[in-house]
Design a protein around this ligand. Structure first.
Ligand SMILES: [Zn+2]
Length: 274
């Protein structure tokens, strides 16, 4: 039997395919990397970013990031529990940090690893704005959006290097590292990969719901994207907009979904929004 190089490559790729379920849509998604492999890589990469960045601690702003992050985490876990996904975040190690850097960006990596940059705070404007961004980013992570993007990235790299994929926790290849950076919107050095419109819409809808369950009033949440659009008129468009491309219907959607989000929150006993 003749075994071709392409055949071998296809076979090794099949071994890496996993199915995961998006808990918010109930739909199966194909992932080329399982959570068992992904989370250790994510935690390692997150620690590296923290080591290389100036982390702000014990200020009103850094405390706010941690407070909002924790509330969104609790909201997400309550929603998952109530919808048949108990234990979905068991392997998560939630963490929320504020990085002292004047870039308009925020991201969440698999396993609940969140970073905000000081440059996005003026656009967030207040704690509600931070809650919307936090909800949106956590939604991308929970729905495995980045995982699907990284899968493509790693696949392309696997083809490029002829099927050699080295990605154990202690020996992550530079290709895998870059795949993670790209997949999760951590592109502060010109590494940009945009989420698809479908993923953006999904993250908006989940994010505004998590925000409301966390007790934040979603009524004027849409104004965040007006401020984001205004900021993009300068000579340096926000990194956040490059990785999270906006579209005309986003603001209209968020206006419409605010009521729905409050109704969902009421089912969790949340009736007082601040
Ligand atoms: Zn997004």
């Amino acid at each position: 039997m003749k075994v071709t190089r392409t055949g071998l490559l296809l076979f090794s790729m099949l071994l890496l395919i996993n199915c995961s379920t998006n808990p918010f849509t109930g739909k199966k998604t194909i992932a080329f990397v399982s959570n068992d492999k992904l989370l250790p890589m994510s935690f390692q990469q997150y620690n590296q970013v923290l080591t290389e960045s100036k982390i702000i601690t014990n200020t009103d702003q850094s405390e706010m990031i941690k407070r909002v992050g924790y509330k969104i985490q609790v909201a997400a876990e309550r929603w998952l529990d109530a919808n048949g996904y108990q234990g979905y975040t068991n392997n998560y190690k939630w963490d929320y940090n504020l990085i002292d850097e004047d870039i308009v960006n925020a991201w969440a990596m698999p396993g609940g690893k969140v970073a905000f940059y000081t440059g996005i705070l003026p656009i967030a404007e207040n704690e509600r704005g931070v809650a919307l961004i936090m909800g949106h980013e956590v939604a991308h992570a929970l729905a495995n959006h980045g995982q699907q993007r990284m899968s493509k990235g790693i696949l392309q790299q696997a083809v490029a290097v002829g099927g050699a994929i080295g990605m154990s926790q202690t020996d992550m290849s530079p290709e895998a590292q870059q795949g993670i950076m790209l997949a999760y919107g951590m592109g502060s050095q010109g590494l940009i990969m945009a989420y698809s419109r479908k993923h953006e819409t999904e993250a908006d809808r989940i994010g505004i719901m998590l925000m409301a369950i966390a007790g934040y009033d979603p009524t004027d949440a849409y104004t965040l994207w007006e401020r984001m659009a205004a900021a993009s008129k300068g000579d340096q468009p926000p990194v956040f907009l490059s990785t999270h491309p906006s579209h005309e219907t986003r603001i209209e959607n968020l206006k419409n979904w605010a009521t729905e989000a409050k109704e969902t929150a009421k089912k969790f006993g949340v009736t007082d929004f601040k």
